[in-house]
Write a new protein. Structure first.
Length: 119
């Protein structure tokens, strides 16, 4: 039995509630803080990355194709990401030894959120 009250909706609340689920920034079922805090800040700290391996946060915008059920090649949704042209370009660069050419690219406010964490 689900404990989510599907009758509860409050679109004026911050974050809003839709069918019993608080809707916030992130990727559908994964909150932004979980998606990006380690990449934006955690892995750049000696405590979590003592070898100081380079970590790049390369966000992919979610711009789904309206006529493609899977979102098309511009989807950034985690369920469709492997079809993303942007992601595949970054993966090919890394796989062919050109990983240094994949830029840091952040569209979300994850950096400011990660900076507020008491690491």
């Amino acid at each position: 039995m689900s404990r989510i009250d599907g009758t509860m909706s409050d679109h004026e609340a911050v974050p809003s509630i839709d069918s019993g689920v608080r809707v916030g920034e992130g990727d559908g079922t994964v909150p932004l803080l979980s998606l990006g805090s380690m990449c934006a800040r955690g892995w750049k700290m000696d405590r979590y990355n003592p070898a100081r391996m380079r970590v790049v946060t390369h966000e992919v915008k979610h711009d789904p194709d309206a006529f493609d059920l899977r979102g098309g090649d511009s989807s950034g949704d985690h369920i469709d990401i492997l079809g993303s042209h942007d992601l595949n370009e970054a993966v090919v660069k890394i796989a062919t030894g050109l990983g240094d050419s994949v830029p840091e690219r952040i569209f979300s406010p994850i950096q400011s959120y990660a900076d507020k964490i008491q690491w």
